[in-house]
Design a protein around this ligand. Structure first.
Ligand SMILES: Nc1ncnc2c1ncn2[C@@H]1O[C@H](COP(=O)(O)OP(=O)(O)OP(=O)(O)O)[C@@H](O)[C@H]1O
Ligand SMILES: [Mg+2]
Length: 280
């Protein structure tokens, strides 16, 4: 992993509007990842993980915020430039594989290169190499329906990396797989990461999250400071530690105060009652 930030986003806000209904989903998210880093995004269902990954990867556009990918302010690009950037610099893996059902494994993997204007010969040669590297043999000419779930996901990983993207985004890549196939997919992603691929993965599996460089937790559309330090090497910076201490102390203070005040009130009341009774 290098020290250079490959992606840095600031104050991402995404609110969905449907008629008069307003759904605020991302409420000012800051997120960054280093080149060569493997980051897991975790959090409850509905917390905004997919929405976040969609904004970071140009599949959607936030209402507010800034996203810099390898020095490019991607939200400032024109529509055509965004499409080009997405095709050339981003790779995507989804929970449901999202392969084109009418095309073979080989043709699916070749698609990004063909869309970038590479020659058919080059695209198929590269795709075949990738598929063989991913453990495929004769199945490269199978349709997705003729492949197992795990195999389909491996094809979709092939499609995501064939054009050597700057960042590979994976949204719950193991969610539809049995434990064995999920293991194969995670090991494959780890191997790609070791070779230098930056990966940002949404997962519900803490077991897999712990195998990545860092876990970032999305809580109700935000990434709280404390969630940014769940790393394998978990020593936070001095500033982060100070902020955590401050937060903990202020929370403890507010917890302590209430019961003490209540107890005093009760005891005062009790005394009064006793006194009144004695007088009688
Ligand atoms: N296009 C949309 N219009 C309105 N609301 C949306 C839209 N997309 C997402 N949401 C809402 O935003 C919230 C976050 O959705 P998101 O898919 O990001 O959650 P998630 O954290 O990925 O959840 P899961 O773990 O279940 O995949 C949800 O309440 C969802 O209903
Ligand atoms: Mg999701």
């Amino acid at each position: 992993m290098k020290n250079k930030l490959i992606i840095k986003s600031k104050n991402i806000v995404r609110t969905f509007y449907s008629g008069k209904i307003e759904t605020p989903v991302l409420k000012g998210v800051d997120f960054s990842a280093k080149e060569g880093e493997f980051v897991s995004i975790m959090g409850r269902s509905g917390a905004g993980k997919s929405t976040l990954i969609f904004q970071l990867s140009l599949l959607d556009v936030p209402n507010e915020g800034e996203i810099i990918v390898d020095g490019v302010n991607i939200l400032k690009l024109s529509k055509n430039e965004k499409t080009k950037f997405r095709r050339e610099e981003m790779g995507y893996v989804f929970q449901d594989y999202a392969l084109v059902p009418e095309l073979t494994a080989l043709e699916n993997v070749a698609l990004p290169l063909l869309m970038q204007g590479h020659s058919t010969a080059h695209a198929y040669k590269k795709s075949k190499e990738i598929l063989i590297e991913l453990g495929f043999d004769i199945q490269i000419n199978n349709l997705p329906s003729q492949l197992s779930g795990g195999e389909q996901q491996r094809v979709s990983i092939g499609r995501a990396i064939v054009h050597k993207p700057k960042i590979l985004f994976a949204d719950e890549p193991t969610a539809n797989l049995d434990a064995t196939s999920a293991r194969v997919v995670i090991d494959l992603l780890k191997k790609l990461n070791k070779e230098g691929q930056t990966i940002i993965m949404v997962t519900h599996e803490e077991e897999y999250g712990k195998e990545t460089n860092r876990i970032v937790e999305v809580i109700d559309g935000e990434i709280p400071e404390i969630s940014k330090i769940k790393t394998k090497n978990p020593k936070p910076s001095v500033g982060q530690r100070k902020r955590i201490v401050k937060k903990k102390v202020s929370k403890t203070k507010s917890k302590i105060k209430k019961p003490v005040i209540n107890k005093l009130k009760v005891s005062v009341k009790k005394k009064k009652v006793v006194k009144v009774m004695k007088k009688k």
